[in-house]
Design a protein around this ligand. Structure first.
Ligand code: UTP
Length: 226
């Protein structure tokens, strides 16, 4: 049976644009993909977690305290998606990837947020993929593919249809150094490379492409071969 981990950014789940409509459609997609598969979803924090992190920083919070705020928000987003999924979701809210793995059940969707300070939910998704031996890792993000540069700033940026995991590593490490948020957490890329897990990067608001990625069909986004 296929095991798939979906990392879905908070910028996709709750950008403040028709969020209930989107969450209903996403839940419907996941429900219809679940039979015959084990699906795991790791939710990010988005603008709400950034708000708490910035406000906490202004109050002199430590990095660990800010990370804890972020983790709480990712877990709230996971709770929101569980509401949308209803009984298709596993009832428990795992706090660790080991707890999530133990909930694996054909046809059920396990939804979680962050785990411990020091990384992002992309890294959690990669750790979970390693824990369960996932067939693939889907990253539903706010861009429709991986580009050589920020396409909003550089119109000549090249859109990548396929990349090797080493090439993605080269891109995310250089973006990370520049202090920009990268398309996938560099720690997650390293884990996927070590484990030989492919990463499919799609726009989370493009439900057709997201469904194709989950079902293992051809996608418009970027396929990263590991
Ligand atoms: P996200 O995974 O949403 O991080 O977690 P992000 O990189 O800011 O999100 P996108 O992908 O750009 O939208 C939000 C914050 O929560 C903390 C981190 O501080 C992270 O930046 N966090 C999250 C942890 O410390 N540990 C976790 O396991 C998850």
């Amino acid at each position: 049976m296929e095991k798939i981990v979906l990392s879905i950014g908070g910028s996709v789940l709750i950008p403040g644009e028709e969020d209930p409509t989107y969450l209903k459609q996403l839940a419907e997609l996941l429900r219809s993909a679940a039979p015959g598969r084990c699906l795991f979803v790791v939710c990010g924090g988005g603008r709400i977690s950034r708000y708490y992190s910035e406000t906490g920083r202004a109050l002199g919070g430590t990095v660990e305290q800010l990370d804890q705020l972020g983790i709480m928000i990712t877990r709230v987003n996971a709770a929101l998606l569980r509401i949308a999924l209803g009984d298709a979701a596993s009832k428990d809210a795992p706090d660790t990837v080991e707890q999530a793995a133990a909930l694996a059940q054909e046809g059920k969707i396990v939804v979680m947020g962050g785990t411990v300070p020091g990384h992002t939910t992309d890294a959690v998704a990669a750790m979970l993929a390693r824990e369960i031996g996932a067939d693939r890792l889907v990253n539903a993000t706010s861009v429709d593919a991986v580009y050589s540069d920020d396409p909003k700033v550089n119109p000549a940026a090249k859109r990548h249809k396929e990349l090797s995991i080493e090439e993605l590593g080269g891109l995310v490490y250089s973006q990370h150094d520049a202090g920009r948020s990268s398309v996938f957490d560099p720690m997650g890329v390293r884990i996927a490379a070590e484990e030989g897990i492919d990463i499919l990067i799609v726009s989370g608001r493009d439900l057709e492409d997201l469904e194709a990625a989950i079902l293992g069909k051809e996608i418009k986004g970027t396929t990263v071969h590991s």
